[in-house]
Design a protein around this ligand. Structure first.
Ligand code: SF4
Ligand code: SF4
Length: 173
């Protein structure tokens, strides 16, 4: 049998007063420090053109969807979050999506769909919030994904600027 010898506590040690005073001093110091806690959702996260929120489908000023249902974003998506069914259309683009779903629970906001799209039809929006009461409701269909191009302008300008950088560096090399 092992007998553990415990140190006899002094009267002051048994009062724990030094520890209480030390703990209170830490609390008092913290009270007057600059607060860094964000009061979300009253104080939403700041967004800018670099923000990679949920992907959205761009709609032109004349209310037509830009997507030509080529399926490149569907193939590029590493999370298999996109499902597209195309259909023919009389419009100049000839094809457009009949069904365009993104499973937001799968989406990892990687932006590959935006990079893959040859028609500037899908952009990462500044929409970050995602909440609902069922998994099915978080599979966004075409109507939930559509956004006027003006709502995606900041991101699209940024993407064009990025692409221009690659164009100009490859033309100078
Ligand atoms: S952001 Fe990435 S994961 Fe989300 S739909 Fe686009 S390619 Fe898929
Ligand atoms: S890559 Fe662009 S044009 Fe092609 S299906 Fe996706 S969003 Fe539509």
């Amino acid at each position: 049998m092992v007998i553990v010898k415990r140190k006899e506590l002094s009267f002051w040690e048994r009062l724990y007063l030094p520890e209480v005073v030390r703990g209170l001093s830490v609390t008092m110091r913290a009270i007057f420090r600059r607060k860094i806690t964000r009061q979300y959702p009253e104080e939403p996260l700041a967004t800018n053109e670099v923000t990679r929120g949920q992907p959205r489908l761009a709609v032109n000023e004349d209310d037509t969807i830009r997507c030509v249902s080529c399926g490149l974003c569907e193939i590029a998506c590493p999370a298999y979050a996109i499902t597209i069914d195309g259909q023919e259309t009389d419009r100049f683009i000839e094809r457009e999506p009949e069904r365009f779903d993104i499973d937001m629970l799968r989406c990892i906001l990687c932006g590959f769909c935006e990079e893959a799209c040859p028609k500037d039809a899908i952009f990462m929006s500044e929409e970050l919030e995602l909440a609902d009461f069922s998994r099915e409701a978080l599979v966004y269909d075409i109507e939930k994904l559509k956004r006027p191009i003006s709502a995606l302008q900041r991101r699209s300008d940024y993407v064009y600027k990025l692409n221009d950088r690659w164009h100009s560096s490859s033309s100078t090399s």
